[in-house]
Design a binder for this molecule. Structure first.
Ligand SMILES: Nc1ncnc2c1ncn2[C@@H]1O[C@H](COP(=O)(O)OP(=O)(O)OP(=O)(O)O)[C@@H](O)[C@H]1O
Length: 285
C-alpha cells in the first residue's frame, strides 16, 4: 500500500544492458513528494535510459522500480495520467496552432488544466494562435513543458528542459518548476548539463557516471563528499597569495592572528557544484 511518506520514485539495483554493454549498473535512488531532483552526468552516462525506464518506455534488464507505487513496466492507463513527460517531438505537428494542440491534449486527461491559464503559466499567451512551425526554439520548449503539465501530473520528468533557452526564459522556467513543486507538490526529476541550473533548481543532485550513481545529495553534501577544497586569497605586502584548504575558517583565523587584524584583500572561494562535478567525473572523458 502506497502512503504519503513513501518515496514517489523508488529504485533498487536498477540495471540496463544493450547487447553486451551494461549502461545502467545497479542504481539505487529515492525521490520524495514535492522534491526536485537533478540527474547529472557526462554524455552517455545512462540518464535518459534511466528516465525512460521510470517512465515505462523501456524495459529494464534488472532491479526493482516503483513510481507512484506502481512498476512502470506494468502500469495501467490511469497511472499515465499521473505522470508528466516533457517530450521534444512536436515537429510532426508543425501545422497545428499552439492553442489547438493544448486543447486537444487536454481532452486526454480527466482533470486537465484550463488552457488559457496554462498558456499564461508558460508565457505563451500571445502565441496562442501561431502554428507550431513558426515558434522559436525556446517557445517550442515552453510548449513542450505545457504539454507535460496539462494533465496536472503528480510527477514530472524533464529531459534537458532549458536547452536553447535565453537567460530570461530560463529564469522564468525555473520559477515555473519551483512553483509546481512548492505550491502544487509536484515531484520533479530532471536531467541537465547546466550545473548552475541544477544548483539553483534542485533540492538534491544525483551524479551518474558510466551507469553508476557516484553521489547523491545537496550541492553542499556533494562538495563534502568530493573533499573539494576552498581557495583562500589575500595580499601579503605587495604580493597576492592563495592557499587551498578544506577548513577555510581555520586558515582565516590563523591569518587574522598573523596580521593582528583585518586580512588585506581577503577572498574565500568555496567549491562550486562545477568544481565538485568535475572532480567526480574526472577520468570519464
Ligand atoms: N536503444 C539503444 N540501443 C543500444 N544502445 C543504446 C540505446 N539507447 C542508448 N544506448 C546507449 O546507452 C548509453 C547511455 O545512453 P543515454 O542516452 O541513456 O545517455 P545520457 O546520459 O542520457 O547521455 P546524454 O547526456 O548524451 O543525453 C549510451 O552509450 C548510448 O549509446
Amino acid at each position: 500500500m502506497n502512503t504519503a511518506t513513501d518515496p514517489v520514485v523508488r529504485v533498487r539495483g536498477l540495471r540496463m544492458r544493450y547487447g553486451q554493454t551494461d549502461v545502467v549498473r545497479g542504481v539505487d535512488l529515492d525521490v520524495c513528494r514535492g522534491e526536485i531532483l537533478a540527474l547529472l552526468g557526462p554524455n552517455g552516462a545512462g540518464k535518459t535510459t534511466t528516465l525512460e525506464i521510470l517512465q515505462g518506455y523501456r524495459h529494464r534488464s534488472g532491479g526493482d522500480v516503483s513510481v507512484l507505487g506502481v512498476d512502470p513496466q506494468h502500469a495501467p492507463d490511469a497511472w499515465r495520467e499521473r505522470v508528466g513527460v516533457v517530450l521534444q517531438s512536436w515537429r510532426d505537428h508543425a501545422q497545428w496552432r499552439v492553442g489547438e494542440l493544448l486543447e486537444h491534449a487536454a481532452l486526454l486527461y480527466s482533470r486537465p488544466r484550463d488552457v488559457s491559464e496554462l498558456l499564461d503559466l508558460v508565457g505563451l499567451t500571445e502565441h496562442r494562435r501561431k502554428t507550431i512551425g513558426v515558434l522559436s526554439g525556446g517557445q517550442r520548449r515552453r510548449l513542450d513543458v505545457a504539454l507535460g503539465v496539462v494533465g496536472r501530473p503528480e510527477l514530472l520528468f524533464l529531459d534537458e528542459p532549458t536547452a536553447g533557452f535565453d537567460p530570461v526564459a530560463r529564469r522564468q522556467f525555473h520559477e515555473l518548476v519551483q512553483h509546481l513543486a512548492a505550491v502544487e507538490g509536484v515531484t520533479v526529476l530532471l536531467t541537465t548539463h547546466d550545473l548552475a541550473e541544477a544548483e539553483r533548481l534542485a533540492d538534491r543532485i544525483a551524479i551518474l557516471v558510466r551507469g553508476s550513481l557516484t553521489a547523491c545529495g545537496t550541492a553542499d553534501e556533494l562538495a563534502e563528499a568530493a573533499e573539494d577544497e576552498s581557495e583562500v586569497r589575500w595580499r601579503h605586502g605587495r604580493n597576492l597569495t592563495h592557499e587551498f584548504t578544506r577548513d577555510p575558517s581555520a586558515l582565516v583565523y590563523r591569518l587574522h592572528q598573523e596580521f593582528e587584524g583585518p586580512i588585506p584583500d581577503l577572498v574565500v572561494r568555496r567549491p562550486t557544484l562545477e568544481d565538485t562535478y568535475l572532480s567526480m567525473v574526472k577520468g570519464d572523458r
